[in-house]
Design a protein around this ligand. Structure first.
Ligand code: PGA
Length: 250
């Protein structure tokens, strides 16, 4: 069976000192978690988080990666640079990057391939806007985003990828997809992977839900058969909240 994975997405929050304090607290409170635990933090916090997470079950993640190995890309970080800092996971194609920074399905694919080639686990974000759901385009949109992101990877590589289904209207809004909506759309994503890459791949790849997931709604969402974890924004910034999400089954 698929091991759940719960990842915090800190976005543009926390200084190194604040990061250290949070991760030291979490190292105690999430140590008996049954899921994989990841914190995706600003690059300025890599060193502090790595040190604070030492000896714990908390893994370090980044929030983006460039697709070139090196060169004239001011402000960007390569996959090898992330690896060298102890990063193991990287969020790719978050809706905020798609909305505010011109991220496209094509660049998501390039970043995904670079991450995989370097041995990083990509957490690829897909999801529809409110008007797209209302117009009935959710399924074809998430299928397209997912298959475009995975294009060119081998079946074995895809098995190791994490997908995060994040309806854009649910991010940071306090609105959550219902348990059934989230389960259904994640099922659609899994079916699309199955059609293209076969059942074994589709049954192996982990697909998270993200969008205002919190201590109150985590149990219901995680009880759904298709949902293999969460990508947590707001609720990952405070130790008690993130602990409650990660320890949802305790
Ligand atoms: P949220 O963010 O939990 O604050 O809605 C989730 C995300 O953007 O990954």
């Amino acid at each position: 069976m698929r091991k759940p994975i719960i990842a915090g997405n800190w976005k543009m929050n926390k200084t190194p000192a604040e990061a250290k304090e949070l991760v030291l607290a979490l190292a105690e409170t999430v140590k008996d978690a049954d899921c994989d635990v990841v914190v995706c933090v600003p690059a300025t916090n890599f060193a502090a988080v790595k040190e604070a997470a030492e000896g714990s079950n908390i893994k370090l993640g980044a929030q983006n990666v460039h697709f070139a190995a090196s060169g004239a890309y001011t402000g960007e970080l390569s996959a090898d640079m992330l690896k060298a800092c102890g990063v193991e996971y990287v969020v790719i194609g978050h809706s905020e990057r798609r909305q505010y920074f011109g991220e496209t399905d094509k660049t998501v694919n390039l970043r995904t391939k670079a991450a995989v080639a370097a041995g990083l686990v990509p957490i690829i974000c897909v999801g529809e806007m409110k008007d797209e759901r209302e117009a009935g385009y959710t399924d074809i949109l998430v299928e397209y985003q997912t298959l475009m992101a995975l294009h060119g990877l081998t079946e074995d590589e895809i098995k190791n990828v994490v997908i995060a289904y994040e309806p854009v209207w649910a991010i940071g809004t306090g609105l959550t997809a219902t348990d059934e909506q989230a389960n259904e759309t994640i099922g659609v994503i899994r079916k699309a992977i199955e059609r293209k890459y076969g059942k074994e791949v589709a049954d192996t790849v982990r697909i998270q839900y993200g969008g205002s997931m919190n201590p109150k709604n985590v149990k219901g969402l995680m009880a759904q058969p298709e949902i293999d974890g969460g990508l947590i924004g707001g609720a990952s910034l405070k130790a008690p909240d993130f602990t409650a999400v990660v320890m949802y089954n305790k």
